[in-house]
Design a protein. Structure first.
Lengths: 104, 104
């Protein structure tokens, strides 16, 4: 779980995951193109994502296809889900406060 | 979001959040006790959690009470929620595979 959260704590890595969810099996160079990411930096980010089990890489010839592997996110989301009642509670209190204010 | 995920990427910090969800308003020394955490290390973890907006600290006299502030977790969970269909899809494929195997 440390590795999952740590991998998600970077905007470039979250961008990569988002692109892979829209276009599965993108090559590394396709991933780099639209944001003109530098390849060495991108490769390091892909290593972090791969170590966290969030992507898989498949080499065929000279092309490396990257795919999303969302499994570890499930555990992370379940962990966060335990706290859902706390932010819901804060929202409820806020709504109550606003309604109180509105009362004649 | 970087700060939220980064703060959650440490087991001691996740332990602190979990304890605060069970016992809101614990003092720093109460937080340190059961796992005999060292105070300087714990203070640094609390700084990280506070910077990420995940806890609030209230000083009264010599005691600092710590409370959970779950708001930032909501955004993190919403981000993860976008990928839910991917792990559900993998599970569906797995179930289909097992059922195929079971077929006479």
């Amino acid at each position: 779980m440390d590795r999952t959260f740590s991998a998600l704590a970077d905007p470039t890595r979250r961008y990569v995951l988002q692109r892979l969810s829209d276009e599965p099996g993108l090559s590394v160079s396709e991933l780099a193109r639209p944001e003109s990411l530098k390849l060495p930096g991108l490769m390091k980010h892909l290593d972090v994502l791969s170590d966290a089990g969030l992507i898989t890489r498949t080499k065929s010839g000279r092309t490396v296809a990257v795919s999303l592997s969302a499994g570890p996110m499930q555990e992370a989301m379940e962990w966060l889900g335990r706290y859902e009642r706390f932010w819901t509670a804060s929202l409820d209190r806020l709504v109550a406060l606003v309604e109180e204010d509105d009362a004649p």
